[in-house]
Design a protein around this ligand. Sequence first.
Ligand code: SF4
Length: 252
Amino acid sequence: MAFWFWHGLRNGVQSTRYPHTSESAAGVSPGHPLSTRFPSATDAARVAAACPVEAITAVDDLAQIEHKRCVYCQRCHFGGTERVHWDSSFEWTRPHSIRARYDPLPRDFSASLHIIVVDAGDCGACLNEVKQLNNPLYNMHRLGFFFTPTPRSADVLIVVGPVSENMRGPLLKTYEAMPNPKRVIAVGACAITGGVFERTFMSAGGVGSVLPVDLDVPGDPPPPLAILHGLLVVTGRKQPVPHGMLAAGALK
Ligand code: SF4
């Protein structure tokens, strides 16, 4: 006990300052691919063909990334001679629906937001990243975010995993037990689209086919700061990324 006391005094606060300052420490984000224009349509088609989950569509000389499907394997950036642009940020939360604008929770929730997490058939990767939010480095309590095991006291439902058949019922019961207003965040490619599991007799193919989803945090898994960005978006303290904006930023 005394060791940690003196350790803390000697090293000071180690928690990230995000969102008060930007965070660029090594390893905080694996980054993500950006839609990229190539010199020829053949190059764009070649990079699209290399993607293992068909997350890249070649439209003439443009390799267009569908972030909902991307599993962040980095093959399109490091795997061949044609390389898409790569962005090292982590603020990539976006509205689930392409058509809908995200409507944040009232400002009052900023001081105390309670989050319930449902593992709906997750492999463990996304769940592990969500758990990191409680550790001293990310320390989400400083922002007024708290995990709760009780749906009755939860404002936000985070879902990880593609929603396996066995988890469909418990997930629905959790959502229905939460009071209004409430928001749902799909974390990771599996929760957003079903990922590599897609829609099968055992997988719902993403949370959106079971519940109304408000926000997506793409990634496979997304890093903790990307999930933290999603929670900040929930209360309107950060803005979501509009659909298509990352693509437009990469065009040269
Ligand atoms: S990172 Fe991997 S999954 Fe994502 S677009 Fe590139 S090749 Fe496809």
